[in-house]
Design a protein around this ligand. Structure first.
Ligand code: FUB
Length: 765
């Protein structure tokens, strides 16, 4: 059998295997349908999966690629299109071929390594763009190529930051090159390195070095992806700890990999990962990422209806590494991956978030960012695994614009022809960017928001696939679509994208806890009997009956794995609450509720709340409420913010309605306590510091940050006060030793943190 017969046999076999695995039902791959996307490079950051891609032009006859794009998800099926924050125009030296790329985070900055044709050298060049955000805006970090020498080899950069902090950049076709990046990630040290492209290393030498008539196992072509096996999780031999995945075998390409004890080699061929299949693309290009306990393999195919070799589309498969960290065989499927979280419709959702779509495209402008366009009669958008969470939906709201006659958005359940639950009429709005916010009533079928509980009760947690079916006159474009939201009987809001912690949080009402606002990780699946949510009970400044001043701070804390029960009504906007003051009793109601929910088999919080680890806290008047409640034996720690008990000498300054225990109340404190104050400018400084000085029977400390009485609660994610609050809670309620270092010892980390001072009593070392 010669090499061509061999290839033909492999291809036939692969076609059979691949076709057997195809199923049109519930197809999820390719997972972006609005544009042709290629060369996926995944990156996990702050609880989100991002994928950086190329963009194949529609109907292209070569890789005439102009820009790169970004998509992200938290459930692996509903992807948000972040548009194109980087294009050839971002690089003054580039004029063609916006080819494969990869992005990595270091020290809070995002570095996007790309390749493009350089008008300086007339070859391909490696460039680097930088941003403060994973979704941009990105700009050329150095104003020139990072590496070029006139060769066309310089494509497809991959980047890895090793455990010792050394960052490695690798790329190339057909030679694989490497450079050691400096700590700044935008310059390098040492000479250009070349991997030995041998038969041992890659299953065969590069094409130009092959012996005529000799059969080789494989060969490296392009698209390297460098990674390191986590030796704490896998029994990996030290000689195989680095893995280089790559497009292999010539045209058409499959994916293979090699292993090495060091990024520079020696590399040893390890076999195929994704064999040749009829994916309708003669290239393949992979990236790998672990996310929320799952492992994902990204690649591309040509499987969009008008796709092909120059019209590729990114796809993803879930897989499990072998026990030694090596790869199993991964086959391309149409089904793709399963959702790993539910989708919350009770928030403003960008219309360009979708699990699947037909017909529509996305565009972006400076005013509103990315939106959905090219909507015609018969087109649709699908969202998967949408959870109604026991909150009866009442209204569907969407923002749309039409320069013609508009059309309708039909909201349907579970299939394109499924139950119609809302029908929104979109009128002509006088322009394609003249946006109007429109609403229509939404009604789920009886019980459609609820699901029978296996335990006999009602869990109130039905999930549905949601279809937006677009209707209107046949032929013309109907309207543009910016965002949508479902409003329910209970209010809820995603604040600051869920916060920056590992568990994106939601702010919501709970029907069983009246006049309170709950901040909690939206996806409770990470929590269980063994990993429960400690509780923060919160009272507000001015004893107002709404946490409108503190919701960013509280939401951020929740995103770090807490359930926060704040006194008062949910603030749907940052506007002072006007109703009557709250009461001290509301904090006790919070504690009672947490304990009851944790014990109730019909509660979504059943066995998820760590009722032995409760902090009672509050700001200003809310701090006085907390001190009033300090004797409650269920409290494990206290956090008094911009507050302290009034002295007899200054009681007259107190506002009517404030709880006014006298200083003897401090004796009832039975837990460690922190005062977080705004320095001498804080009107509560004198009272708080006086409390601190009087407390010598329990560990106590007073931390000051010179911002005055208002604290930093209203800054993004609650600012500096959140950092200290999370440190205290992680130490006190989670027993986190690293967090303890913020407060313990003479040179505790807080004493070194810019702007902060800390004083501790004798009980607290
Ligand atoms: O996308 C253009 C080129 O095709 C990439 O740089 C290669 O990896 C191949 O996928």
């Amino acid at each position: 059998m010669n090499i061509f017969q061999y290839k033909a046999k492999v291809l036939t076999l692969s076609f059979i295997i691949c076709h057997l695995s195809f199923s049109p039902i519930g197809a999820q791959n390719p997972f972006v349908q609005t544009w042709c996307t290629s060369d996926p490079a995944p990156m996990v950051h702050d609880g989100r999966m991002y994928v950086y891609t190329g963009h194949d032009e529609d109907n292209a006859d070569f890789f005439w690629m102009q820009e790169w794009r970004v998509y992200s998800t938290t459930d692996m099926v509903n992807w948000t299109d972040h548009g194109s924050p980087l294009a050839l125009e971002s690089f003054s030296w580039a004029d063609d071929r916006a080819w494969a790329s990869q992005t990595i985070e270091r020290d809070g900055k995002f570095y996007w390594y790309i390749c493009a044709h350089s008008k300086i050298s007339n070859g391909m060049a490696i460039g680097v763009a930088v941003s403060d955000s994973p979704t941009g805006p990105f700009k050329d970090a150095i104003g020139k190529p990072l590496f070029e020498n006139g060769s066309w080899d310089h494509i497809d950069p991959t980047v890895l930051i090793d455990d010792d902090g050394q960052a490695w950049l690798m790329w190339g076709n057909p030679q694989c090159y490497y450079l050691k990046l400096n700590r700044d990630m935008i310059s390098y040290s040492g000479e250009l390195g070349r991997l030995d492209m041998t038969e041992e290393a890659f299953g065969g030498p590069m094409m130009s070095k092959r012996e005529k008539g000799k059969k080789y196992k494989d060969s490296y072509v392009e698209g390297p992806w460098l990674r390191k096996v986590d030796s704490s999780k896998f029994k990996v031999e030290s000689s195989k700890v680095y893995q280089l995945l790559y497009a292999a075998g010539g045209v058409p390409e499959h994916i293979s990999y090699s292993t090495a004890p060091h990024p520079t080699g020696p590399w040893t061929y390890a076999g195929e990962i994704m064999p040749l299949c009829d994916t309708k693309s003669f290239t393949n290009h992979c990236g790998v990422a672990d996310y929320k306990g799952h492992s994902y393999f990204f690649y591309h195919t040509g499987k969009l209806p008008k796709g092909g070799g120059f019209g590729r589309s990114i796809a993803v498969e879930e897989f499990k590494y072998n026990a030694d960290g090596s790869f199993p065989t991964i086959m391309p499927t149409d089904e793709g991956v399963k959702p790993i979280a539910t989708f919350n419709p009770y928030q403003k959702v960008q219309a360009e978030t979708m699990a699947f779509s037909r017909g529509v495209k996305t565009e972006q402008n400076d005013e509103i960012g990315v939106y959905v366009t090219e909507i015609h009669n018969g087109d649709y958008i699908k969202l998967q695994n949408v959870k109604f969470d026991g909150n009866t939906p009442k209204q569907f709201t969407a923002r749309a614009a039409s320069g013609l006659r508009g059309g309708q958005i039909e909201v349907r359940l579970d299939s394109l022809g499924g139950q119609l639950v809302a029908r929104l009429e979109v009128p002509g709005t006088g322009g394609w960017e003249k946006w109007q916010t429109l609403s229509a009533p939404l009604q789920l079928p009886r019980g459609g928001e609820k699901e029978a509980s296996p335990r006999g009760g009602m869990e109130g947690a039905a999930t549905h696939d949601l279809y937006f079916a677009f209707t209107g006159r046949k032929g013309p474009k109907l309207f543009n679509f910016d965002w949508w939201q479902i409003e329910g009987e209970q209010k809820s809001l995603v604040v600051e994208d869920g916060g920056t912690g590992p568990y994106p949080a939601i702010m919501k009402e709970e029907p069983t806890l009246e006049a309170h606002t709950v901040f909690v990780p939206e996806d409770l699946s990470a929590f269980s009997e063994k990993n429960r949510l400690p509780v923060l009970v919160w009272g507000n400044g001015a004893c107002t009956n709404s946490p409108w001043e503190h919701f960013k701070f509280l939401n951020e804390i929740a995103s770090h794995g807490y359930i926060v029960l704040a006194t008062g009504y949910i603030p749907m906007e940052e506007k002072p609450y006007q109703g009557p003051m709250s009461t001290t009793e509301q904090q006790i109601q919070s504690i009672d509720w947490a304990i009851a929910q944790n014990a109730d088999p019909n509660s979504p919080y059943y066995n998820n709340i760590d009722v032995k680890n409760i902090c009672v806290a509050g700001m200003s008047c809310g701090g006085l409420q907390s001190l009033y409640n300090c004797a409650d034996p269920r409290i494990k720690t206290m956090m008094i913010c911009n507050s302290g008990l009034f002295k007899n000498s200054n009681r007259a300054q107190a506002v009517g309605g404030m709880p006014m225990p006298d200083k003897s109340k401090l004796k009832d404190i039975h837990t460690p306590i922190i005062y977080i104050l705004g320095g001498k400018e804080d009107i509560a400084y004198e009272n708080g510091m006086d409390d601190f000085q009087l407390i010598n029977h329990v560990p106590a400390c007073a931390a000051n940050y010179p911002v005055g009485h208002g604290g930093t609660y209203r800054q993004p994610h609650g600012g500096e006060f959140t950092v200290v609050a999370i440190g205290w809670l992680d130490w006190q309620l989670k027993g986190d030793k690293q967090a303890a270092k913020m407060f313990q010892g003479k040179d505790c980390l807080l004493s070194k943190r810019e702007g902060w001072t800390i004083e501790k009593n004798k009980k607290m070392k």
